[in-house]
Design a protein around this ligand. Structure first.
Ligand SMILES: [Zn+2]
Length: 286
């Protein structure tokens, strides 16, 4: 699932590949992918790509159309979407294609989505309106670069537990289910610590732990070439590592299973030695 570091490297690699290229044609074979009807994608024919960026877990692609004001395509990859540039054009039979942008260089920018569910989405908006768009306007501060501990106090000292507060894009933007486990492990804090119980020391620890995002981006800079691979080498040490030894203290990493998700933590360092109730097991016991 692409989160802030994965979307950041995607935006950087896309930018290097497509900025200054011109759109020859554009289509959205994934019928439900476009969440806006107007302007229509056809207005981008002949447009120059002027910028590629990232907002939270979304990619922005800026266009300068032949006529009218600048437009931005705001893309959310959700759990299984990928934005990649290919030298050759896709066969129309590629069922994973959601948006195809044919470029004057002969290359093609593709939004593809794996699996059967169509969840990835895009909106085409006047660039001037981007900041007011609801998905953008409602965001909290970006998780990277890390907000200072005072800003984290404002974001996180509230009802709810850390595992859900840190993933709430309205409070702090860019973290999802993978990186939240890593950040909480790094900070040695329980996923179920209450936001209202956070000490100043806890906030300093979260601030420091957010450096993991920075380290991940640096790693991707070294490891990922021009084409962002379908499966990224995500440097996770705790998430989905249940049963393995904690890389810091050797205690077996524990997990709480939900329907489609999982939360992993080190019981020794994060929950005072306590292994938390597994929701899956408690449901079976009811
Ligand atoms: Zn540990």
């Amino acid at each position: 699932m692409p989160e802030l570091p994965e979307v950041e490297i995607t935006a950087r690699r896309l930018g290097a590949a497509v900025v200054d290229l011109t759109v020859e044609s554009m289509s959205a074979p994934g019928m439900v992918v476009m969440k806006t009807l107007s302007p229509r994608l056809e207005v981008l024919c002949g447009a120059r790509i002027v910028a590629v960026g990232r907002i939270a877990k979304m990619v922005t692609i800026g266009f300068e159309p032949l006529e009218g004001p600048g437009l931005t395509l705001l893309v959310h990859l959700m759990s299984a979407g990928r934005l990649q540039v290919f030298e050759k054009r896709a066969s129309l039979r590629d069922r994973a294609s959601r948006i195809l942008v044919r470029l004057d260089s002969g290359a093609e920018l593709r939004l593809r989505e794996f699996g059967t569910k169509q969840r990835a989405w895009a909106k085409l908006l006047p660039t001037a309106d981007l900041g007011a768009e609801e998905m953008v306007a409602s965001l909290g501060p970006e998780a990277w670069p890390a907000p200072d501990p005072e800003a984290l106090a404002t974001a996180l000292r509230r009802r709810g537990h850390l595992h859900s507060l840190l993933r709430n894009q309205r409070l702090i933007a860019g973290i999802g289910r993978s990186w939240v486990d890593e950040i909480l492990w790094e900070a040695r804090l329980s996923p179920f610590k209450k936001g209202l119980d956070l000490s100043d020391g806890d906030l300093v620890a979260i601030h420091a732990a957010l450096q993991r995002l920075d380290a991940a981006i640096e790693l991707y800079e070294q490891r990922i070439g021009a084409l962002v691979p379908d499966k990224m080498p995500i440097p996770l040490q705790v998430h989905r590592r249940q049963g393995e030894p904690c890389p810091r203290c050797g205690t077996t990493i524990a997990a709480i299973h939900y329907a489609e998700r999982i939360t992993c933590y080190c019981p020794e360092e994060q929950t005072a030695g306590k292994v938390l109730a597994d929701r899956r097991l408690s449901r079976l016991l009811k």
